[in-house]
Design a protein around this ligand. Structure first.
Ligand code: PMP
Length: 364
């Protein structure tokens, strides 16, 4: 028997990914503001659907997720035949990379784009290229400059995690027009519910008229992160490939039932959106008035920069917040060590965050 470990592909990149290193313990924290979850829990209707599903546990789920796709289609005005579902949008990103990227191929993302894009690219045997950003915002010219003949997918989180930045309709269209038609543009709209920009429908319009664009969405940010349900909208030929590649029962029946109820509970989603807008505006205003730099956010979190002007390091702020039971997200793994990403929580949690940082600022 050989004592050699089984070789896996691209050891450097796999080693660079640090699973479990983000400090997001659940349970003991007073406030977990590190994972951009819903501060208002799940829709009561989704919880009820989840409970009622218990009698079906012995059955396989509907592999086509018919009711869920129809509900998403009805609520968002989309053709259910062009909707695919996955175990979180992470799974969808993985499968799109498996479908369209192979050894020797490249994907392209913006420098401070979502951490999962290099992981899914690497898992498919490809290389993820990062285009530089200006002021922590995706730069369409830099992205287009970085396209090569090997580029297969361009991943763009709009708005982006962890920066919160947003590209409007003109920029998205300019990016798409600059890409060859054989490159897939993945518009990752994980934070769609929290966008206030009036031109956000542009992404859907683009999917409607283009053959090489998909938009991914998730239920994770509106109360169902634990159930792992994501979906995407795209052209029929991509749905066809996706449905052949995915596991036949990739989204379990409980998740389908709860997500169907959640998407139909538009009043709950509206409540979440309103809460988020109010809390996000307040947090930004209070941080800025205390000399902390914040980046414009269209998401359910705010990226805050520490350092010279604030008089503290991000590590100081992280530790002090942690002492108060407030867990926020450090940004080392994104290459932004001076920043913290603070998810929007309940009103009481946000008060405590503001109060803690204000005290720091007063004593600094
Ligand atoms: N895209 C972005 C930009 C995200 O921030 C996240 C969640 N952190 C995801 C996709 C994945 O979400 P999920 O797999 O929970 O649907």
């Amino acid at each position: 028997m050989s004592d050699k470990p089984i070789a896996h592909r691209s050891i450097m990149d796999i080693a660079a990914y640090m699973p479990g290193k983000s400090k997001s313990p659940s349970g003991q924290a007073l406030a977990k503001l590190s994972a951009n979850e819903s501060p208002l829990g799940a829709s009561p209707k989704a919880i009820e659907a989840y409970r009622n599903y218990a009698t079906h546990l012995a059955e396989y789920p509907d592999g086509g997720a018919t009711a869920l796709r129809e509900a998403i289609g009805a609520v968002h005005g989309l053709d259910p035949a062009r909707i695919g579902v996955g175990a979180g949008s992470d799974e969808i990103l993985h499968l799109l990379a498996q479908a369209y990227v192979g050894p020797g191929d490249e994907t392209l993302m913006s420098q401070y784009g979502f951490l999962v894009y290099p992981i899914v690219t690497n898992a498919a045997g490809g290389t993820c290229v990062k285009a530089p950003e200006k002021d922590l915002k995706a730069d369409v010219d830099a992205l287009l400059d970085a396209v090569t003949e090997k580029t297969k997918i361009v991943f763009l989180a709009n708005p982006n995690n962890p920066t919160g930045s947003y590209l409007g309709e003109d920029e998205i269209n300019r990016l798409h027009q600059g890409l060859r038609p054989d490159i897939l543009l993945v518009l990752d709209a994980a934070y769609a519910e929290y966008v206030n920009a009036p031109d956000y429908e542009a992404g859907i319009n683009l999917v409607n008229r283009a053959d090489n664009v998909v938009m991914t969405r998730t239920f994770s940010k509106i109360g169902l992160a634990n159930l792992r349900v994501g979906w995407f909208y795209g052209p029929a030929h991509i749905l066809d490939v996706y449905n052949r590649l995915r596991g036949p029962f990739n989204v379990n029946g409980i998740a389908q039932a709860a997500a169907t109820a959640a998407v139909q509970d538009e009043a709950f989603t509206a409540e979440l959106e309103a809460h988020n807008s109010k809390m996000r505006d307040e947090l930004v205003e209070r941080l800025q008035s205390n000399r902390f730099k914040t980046y414009p956010s269209q998401c359910n979190f705010v990226l805050t920069e520490f350092g010279d002007e604030a008089g503290f390091t991000a590590a100081d702020a992280f530790n002090l917040l942690m002492e108060k039971g407030l867990i926020v997200r450090e940004m080392h793994s994104y290459g932004l060590p001076n920043c913290l990403r603070i998810s929007i929580g309940t009103e009481a949690q946000m008060k405590l965050v503001i109060q803690t940082l204000q005290e720091m600022s007063d004593h600094g």
